[in-house]
Design a protein around this ligand. Structure first.
Ligand SMILES: [Zn+2]
Length: 103
């Protein structure tokens, strides 16, 4: 298995914060997965990739597609409807800071 690195943003995350998603098998994926199922073979399924917590909801919407189709759809989805930024990281440097660093 591959380490948990998001297929969209390449972020390296804790496995508890994201998930490994299996997409529809292409003909080539099917052959590869049958090979991986044999005793003595090990490896990463070609149609399975990791997504971080931010991109996981979008990835789940396209699980009925192949990996390549899903990645295209997810990227298009991100362009048309950006994922809501994490509130903790969304504050602009120019914003007045009224909470941190003061008693
Ligand atoms: Zn991500």
């Amino acid at each position: 298995m591959k380490p948990p690195i998001c297929a969209i943003c390449d972020s390296d995350f804790d496995p508890n914060e994201g998930d490994l998603i299996f997409f529809k098998e292409t003909a080539a994926d099917k052959i590869q997965n049958e090979r991986l199922a044999q005793p003595g073979f090990s490896g990463h399924p070609p149609n399975a990739v990791w997504f971080c917590a931010r991109h996981l909801p979008l990835a789940l919407r396209f699980q009925d597609r192949t990996l390549q189709q899903a990645l295209v759809a997810i990227r298009e989805g991100l362009e048309s409807a950006p994922v809501t930024p994490d509130p903790e990281n969304s504050r602009l440097p120019s914003d007045p800071d009224q909470s941190a660093g003061k008693p």
